[in-house]
Design a protein around this ligand. Structure first.
Ligand code: XMP
Length: 538
């Protein structure tokens, strides 16, 4: 998560919340496949709640959630490899349908007595699927269709009791079912866009086979979360650190809907925001939504702490520490206000992806270290309210829209907690340099939005290096600042590509910057991807 305030204390990593009573749920048992999360997302897109569970999770835990169906995900292993994840056979005795995808299917076939072998060649990418017997799973779908494959082990014969439904060029058995036992399998990936009928297959599984109601929508999420927040907070009160990003904004609005003015939001303006961003947050929350809001103008405090600090990690530390201090002061003050001894809660915008990543998936070694600003001191003694803990980012946006949050906030690009301070690179984040950067950034944002490109870009921003270059402006020689334009596309910030902005747009941006900002006499474009570069310069 790249919001600053939304990541205050370390979240409880015990696993995502179970779905509310009443909603149907299908669990995805994760065997470490690259698309496992995507399967859960696609199931939710079909209107059914879904979460990942590790393949090591005890059977009782899975059973206790009373899922309507189970999906076994893909995974990198071969069923013949030492230490390959095994099937918990009890999954087949839960009395609900099971769908194996890729490795999930191979595992089912292997364990139930089918013939799975390593083929001479793997099958990767687009493949042609021929449906010989549609069965229940593929009923109504074309006899010929494309699908996306990514496997080496191949099913040659299904176990007794199973019907082979389809084959592909390299997979003699690419889809199977045993209706009696409620076990289904597909070798290809229905969750990726390259399988055009993938969604139909998932819907068939979810509705006709599992009997799920497709009622999981942004509106139902809002209703469900409001009830849960009320149940958790009771008559207590809560505070929420607002950063201006979508996660903390949506979390705050949900809690406000649930407990009204017993929520107070705290917005710490550290003076490192974009132009007009602080005002927009205040206007949206205080004036439009009428959420009790404490806006702390802490610019001077932050800038004086940042004086003389040029080393990037030091900047982050100084900002993080000061942020905690300001937030803590406000929290203590607010606690003193009501003093009735009722429980106090801290609202956080933790997302499902944070829960999954921080918890670490079995078999996946990398655990992303968040760029958060550190933890709150323990003596503040808050209980956490995390209403977004089971939601993906796109669902958070849908909930934001459902709650009436303006598009500007719903679709805001990620912005780092330390803000513009880490974009004044190689030098001190002084007020003067921040102002130059803020103006340049404002022009960039305006033009990117006007060109209709804002949502397509993961991030677009300016960097102000601590160098001067010579120019001629009017009749004068100038010795001015260089502004770097950085715009990237990305899915998750782990990798990124530099965005191919149109030349005409770049020219307009550059000439506005050099015309409107006296201190700027040169504009350059960063054409570095990640890797090898990072998105930010510091
Ligand atoms: P890098 O520069 O590592 O950035 O490619 C990846 C993503 O993280 C954001 N970022 C930060 N977010 N505090 C934050 O809250 C930070 O200190 C920080 N540094 C980088 C960056 O904007 C990008 O989205």
């Amino acid at each position: 998560m790249s919001e600053s305030l939304a990541t205050l204390p370390a979240p409880d990593l015990a696993g995502a919340d179970a779905v509310a009573a009443g909603s149907d749920e299908v669990l995805v048992v994760d065997y470490g496949g690259q698309y496992s999360q995507l399967i859960a997302r696609r199931i939710r897109d079909c209107g059914v709640f879904s979460e990942l569970v590790a393949h090591t999770v005890p059977l009782e835990e899975i059973a206790s959630r009373r899922p309507r169906g189970i999906v076994l995900s893909g995974g990198p292993a071969s069923v013949y490899a030492d230490g390959a994840p095994r099937l918990q056979r009890g999954l087949l005795d839960l009395g609900v349908p099971v769908l194996g995808i890729c490795y999930g299917m191979q595992l089912l076939m292997h364990e139930l007595g089918g013939r799975v072998e390593q083929a001479q060649v793997g099958e990767f990418g687009r493949s042609n699927l021929t449906v010989a017997n549609a069965g229940t799973l593929l009923a109504g779908l074309p006899a010929q269709q494309t699908c996306w494959m990514s496997h080496r082990d191949t099913v040659f014969e299904p176990p007794a009791g199973f019907t082979a439904l389809a084959s592909s060029t390299a997979s003699p058995v690419a889809a199977v079912e045993d209706r009696e036992r409620g076990i289904y399998g597909i070798q290809f990936h229905p969750e990726v866009v390259h399988t055009p009928y993938g969604e139909d297959i998932l819907i068939r599984f979810l509705t006709d086979i599992c009997g799920c109601e497709r009622t999981w929508t942004a509106a139902s999420i809002v209703q469900d979360q409001i009830e849960r927040i009320r149940a958790q907070v009771g008559e207590g009160s809560a505070i929420c650190g607002l950063s201006g990003g979508v996660d903390s904004s949506v979390a705050a609005l949900l809690v406000h809907r649930a407990i009204g003015d017993r929520l107070t939001c705290v917005f710490v303006d550290h003076g490192l925001m974009r132009k007009q961003e602080g005002e927009q947050v205040i206007e949206t929350f205080r004036d439009t939504f009428r959420v009790p809001l404490v806006a702390v103008d802490a610019e001077q405090r932050f800038l004086s702490k940042l004086a003389g600090v040029t080393e990037p990690e030091r900047k982050r530390k100084v900002i993080g520490e000061e942020f905690i201090r300001v937030f803590e002061e406000e929290a203590k003050r607010l606690a003193g206000d009501d003093g009735d001894g009722s429980a106090r809660y801290l609202v956080q915008g933790t997302l499902y992806s944070d829960v999954i990543e921080s918890g670490g998936r079995p078999g996946s070694a990398t655990i992303k270290s968040h760029h958060n600003v550190g933890g709150l001191p323990e003596d503040l003694d808050f209980d956490l309210v995390e209403p977004l803990r089971s939601l993906f980012k796109d669902e958070v946006r849908a909930v934001g829209t459902e709650l009436g949050l303006p598009d500007r906030l719903v679709w805001r690009q990620p912005f780092p907690g330390p803000g513009l301070a880490i974009r004044v690179v190689g030098g001190e984040a002084s007020r003067e340099r921040l102002d130059v950067l803020r103006e340049a950034d404002h022009i960039l944002q305006e033009e990117i939005r006007a060109a209709g490109l804002y949502r397509e870009l993961w991030q677009s921003f300016c960097v102000l290096p601590d160098i001067r270059t010579v120019g001629v402006q009017g009749d004068e020689r100038t010795y001015g600042n260089v502004v770097v334009i950085r715009a990237v596309t990305s899915d998750d910030a782990m990798t990124a590509d530099w965005a191919r902005l149109p030349y005409d747009l770049l020219e307009k941006i550059a000439s506005r910057m050099m015309g409107e900002i006296r201190e700027v006499n040169r504009v350059v474009l960063d054409i570095t991807s990640k890797p090898p570069g990072t998105i930010e310069w510091e």
